[in-house]
Design a protein. Structure first.
Length: 176
């Protein structure tokens, strides 16, 4: 067999190898894109679940009797705040985790105040509420930024700031 007889066979083999390599590269890219999309979707759900759990826990804490540590703790547990926090700690980016932890710890401060006998209408409890509101909004804006959306400024939602002090009847009635 002469070298001329091998050329078509080598050309065909090389073409098949190139086609197979191209297909393999396309499949690898598609798989990587799918994993990235799935990871982003999971992170999005984690962030939304975390914000909703904190909001639910806050609502429950507002109705917990002052001084009732068990009710205050139960408000956090039943709202799923601890579980949502764990998911965020494990799957969030550092920026999301830091913003989420700030909001979570502000909510824990409210839980402790209620457990110690204060309520949200006391000066300490009331200030804790505003600190929580501000850090929860900060978390929301960190989530928006992470997913490629521009952060909103409070004025875009007809607010003066994220603490909600400007809308607060208690703050308006309390002299500075």
């Amino acid at each position: 067999m002469s070298s001329m007889d091998w050329m078509p066979l080598l050309s065909t083999g090389a073409g098949a190898l190139i086609a197979l390599s191209g297909s393999l590269l396309v499949d690898l890219r598609r798989e990587r894109d799918t994993r990235s999309r799935d990871r982003d979707l999971d992170r999005w759900r984690t962030c939304v679940d975390f914000a909703l759990a904190l909001d639910s826990a806050h609502t429950a804490l507002r109705s917990a009797p002052a001084g009732d540590r068990q009710a205050a703790g139960l408000a956090m547990t039943e709202a799923g705040a601890y579980q949502a926090r764990e998911r965020l700690l494990m799957s969030g980016t550092p920026h999301l985790v830091v913003a989420g932890e700030a909001a979570f710890h502000r909510l824990v401060a409210i839980r402790k105040l209620i457990g110690a006998g204060s309520d949200l209408r006391s000066p300490d409890g009331h200030e804790s509420y505003h600190e929580f509101a501000e850090t929860l909004w900060t978390f929301r804006m960190a989530v928006r930024k992470h997913f490629g959306h521009r952060a909103l400024q409070p004025g875009a939602l007809e607010r003066k700031d994220w603490s909600e002090r400007h809308e607060c009847a208690y703050c308006a009635a309390t002299p500075d």
